[in-house]
Design a protein around this ligand. Structure first.
Ligand SMILES: [Fe+2]
Ligand SMILES: [Fe+2]
Length: 208
């Protein structure tokens, strides 16, 4: 889960691998405690238990683990932003992160073709967040727009919404990288490579 944000993980990078791993475990344990303090009711709910059986991003991944990891990234990001003068509610960031993909637990959503699933799970998730978990409007908006800029023209309306969206992307890249046996850096390089090719194509198209 560790993603190199600020002093929480960054200090470990300057030491040897053993110490870094120990630090990572400590960071993750502390994060899980905080996530449970803020969103324990969500994690222990029946629907979240169902999320464990919904695969996501990798062979051994699922929505529940992905959502916990996204909440971990969001918490680190919120704290890092707080240290830099941007106020972000940890409660809203964590709860919206835990709920951001909960729409995937609806069978009709999960079983639909991937492009429909990608479009409909934020909307369905926002409904579930409001109706089943009593989410605040800020949390509902963060869930509804977490896929931005994919499928959504309008970005999240709060700092917490941006944090959730960014945390989800960091986490997804990490998971996809893990699946292919690559690191986050390698996944980033792959995206840059594809972008480079795409921009080359665009400039060729512009000259025609
Ligand atoms: Fe999503
Ligand atoms: Fe996600």
């Amino acid at each position: 889960m560790a993603c190199g944000l600020g002093p929480y993980v960054g200090e470990g990078r300057r030491t040897n691998v053993g110490r870094r791993d120990r630090l990572r475990v400590l960071v993750e344990e502390a994060l899980v405690k905080d996530i449970m303090r803020i969103g324990g009711d969500i994690v222990s709910s029946e629907r979240f238990a169902k999320a464990r059986s919904v695969p996501h991003h990798s062979k051994d991944g699922n929505i529940a683990v992905h959502s916990m990891e996204t909440a971990g990234y969001a918490l680190l990001l919120a704290r890092w932003l707080g240290e830099h003068g941007v106020e972000v509610s940890e409660v809203d960031a964590v709860r919206a992160s835990l709920l951001h993909d909960i729409g995937m637990t609806v069978d009709e959503v999960f079983l639909s073709p991937s492009y429909i699933k990608a479009r409909s799970h934020p909307r369905e998730g926002a409904r579930i967040a409001r109706e089943e978990y009593g989410a605040s409007e800020k949390q509902v908006d963060a869930v509804r727009r977490h896929m931005w800029p994919v499928w959504h023209v309008i970005p999240p309306m709060s700092a917490e919404g941006w944090v959730v969206s960014l945390a989800d992307k960091c986490c997804s890249m990490h998971e996809v990288g893990r699946t292919t046996g690559e690191t986050v850096e390698a996944a980033g390089k792959w995206i840059l490579h594809r972008w480079h090719r795409f921009s080359k194509l665009l400039s060729r198209w512009g000259k025609q």
